[in-house]
Structures are given as structure tokens and as C-alpha cells.
Design a protein around this ligand. Structure first.
Ligand code: HEC
Ligand code: HEC
Length: 182
């Protein structure tokens, strides 16, 4: 009796944290073929970060992929398209995906994850010197440069480290106190 009460109390205290974490986590990629074919120039983005209509379009224009040729053999292209669509933001149960979809207009087909309104908003306070002017990052497309656990599907704030600048949380606090000093 006493034991189960302790357990219930512990759960009640811990549950909200678990739920909050859930909002910043997506199902990780376990498809080795996808990692190999789509993870050589950049991190293999989780399929639930874009809606199926976006993946569909991206996968049909791979010969002109952001200035690169990422063309695949027809078989592979079909297999990977099926994989991406079956786990896309609108098919996935990931809470982060649901939140991202809610913010996306029905008529929009973004070809970039970084153009998803929810993520655009989440990133709009990061200064250019930490992203495009940071030679270790280059652009927001390289998620795993800053989200150190991106591969395991975690975008939690505690796992963010900006190359050359360190932990994001501490950095943000430091900037705030510097402002106060002025
Ligand atoms: C030959 C290199 C190369 C390969 C292979 C490649 N990509 Fe890319 N991809 C790029 C480049 C370059 C960008 C743009 C990065 C930038 O803007 O800094 C990009 C961007 C993207 C983006 C948009 C990221 C953002 O900014 O939100 C998605 C989505 C994407 N690729 C998916 C894929 C998929 C799916 C595959 C496998 C079919 C793939 N890529 C294979 C080079 C590649
Ligand atoms: C230059 C480093 C950097 C890169 C590259 C980057 N992010 Fe972020 N991201 C951040 C920072 C910093 C925050 C927190 C912003 C804040 O709290 O104001 C963040 C926030 C987020 C959040 C919200 C997490 C939360 O706390 O709710 C998600 C999800 C996310 N990023 C996903 C991505 C994805 C997906 C990519 C790649 C397409 C990416 N990020 C690329 C630095 C980066």
C-alpha cells in the first residue's frame, strides 16, 4: 500500500516532465538504406519532420536537389519514397510532428524542414554569427551540428550545443546578463 502510494506520487511528479520531453523528440531513423543514401551530405532527417506532400515532391526532383545531384536508381527512389511517406509528419504520431503540421498552411508544400513555420519560429532568435557565419555549422540544415542528440531523435534544449559557443541555455542566459551590464 505504502509502496504503491510512493510510486503514484513519483509518477504524478514525473509525468509532466515526460510529456514535455515528448514535444521535442521524434521517432529516430532505423532504416539503414535511408541513412546511407540520404545521410551522406547532411544528417538523415527524420521523416516526421516534413509532410508527405513535401517528401513526394523532393523525391521526384533529386537530380536538382538544392544545387546538388542526389539522383537514385528507380528502385531505391521508390523504396525510400514509400519509407518517408509512411512516416511523414501527417502520418506520424510524434507530438512534435503534430505541432508542426498544425502551424503549416494546407496549401503550402515546403521543400525544407527549416521552412516549416513552427521550426522557423523556434530558430528565429539565433544570431547569424552562430549559424551562417559559423564555419562549423554553415546553415540551419545541419541540425546535428547543434542538436547533439539529433540522430537519436532528441531536439531537447539541454542537448543543444552551438559549435564555438557552447551550451545554448547558458549562452542565452549570458547574453541576457551582458545586456543588463550595458
Ligand atoms: C549530394 C549531396 C546530397 C545528397 C546525397 C542528399 N542531399 Fe539533401 N541536401 C543537400 C544540400 C546541399 C542541401 C541544402 C543544404 C543547405 O541549404 O545548406 C540539402 C537539403 C535537404 C533538405 C532540406 C533541409 C532544410 O534546409 O530544411 C532535405 C529535406 C533533404 N536535403 C533531403 C534529402 C533526402 C531525402 C535525400 C536522399 C534521397 C538527400 N537529401 C540526399 C545535399 C544532398
Ligand atoms: C545553429 C544551431 C542549430 C541548428 C543547425 C539547428 N538548430 Fe534547432 N534549435 C537551435 C536552438 C539554439 C534552439 C532553441 C531556440 C530557443 O530556445 O530560442 C533550437 C530549437 C529547436 C527545436 C525546438 C526544441 C524545443 O525546445 O522546443 C526543434 C524541434 C529544432 N530546433 C529542430 C531542428 C532541426 C530539425 C534542425 C535541422 C533541420 C535544426 N533544429 C537545426 C539550434 C539549432
Amino acid at each position: 500500500m505504502k509502496k504503491s502510494l510512493t510510486l503514484t506520487v513519483a509518477l504524478l511528479i514525473y509525468l509532466p516532465y515526460l510529456a514535455a520531453d515528448d514535444n521535442e523528440r521524434v521517432t529516430p531513423v532505423r532504416n539503414e538504406q535511408y541513412k546511407e543514401e540520404c545521410g551522406s551530405c547532411h544528417f538523415a532527417y527524420q521523416p516526421s519532420l516534413l509532410p508527405s506532400r513535401s517528401w513526394q515532391r523532393l523525391m521526384t526532383q533529386l537530380e536538382d536537389h538544392f544545387g546538388e545531384n542526389a539522383e537514385l536508381e528507380a528502385n531505391t527512389q521508390k523504396t525510400l519514397t514509400d519509407y518517408l511517406i509512411s512516416r511523414s509528419a501527417n502520418s506520424s504520431r510524434d507530438k512534435l510532428a503534430t505541432k508542426m503540421m498544425r502551424r503549416l498552411a494546407k496549401n503550402k508544400i515546403p521543400l525544407r524542414i527549416t521552412e516549416m513555420p513552427y521550426l522557423k519560429h523556434e530558430h528565429d532568435k539565433i544570431p547569424d554569427k552562430m549559424v551562417t557565419q559559423n564555419t562549423e555549422v554553415k546553415s540551419l540544415s545541419y541540425c546535428d551540428k547543434c542538436h547533439t542528440q539529433a540522430e537519436s531523435g532528441s531536439y531537447l534544449e539541454k542537448d543543444i550545443r552551438i559549435p564555438g559557443y557552447g551550451q545554448w541555455e547558458e549562452k542565452a542566459e549570458r547574453e541576457e546578463s551582458e545586456k543588463d551590464d550595458d
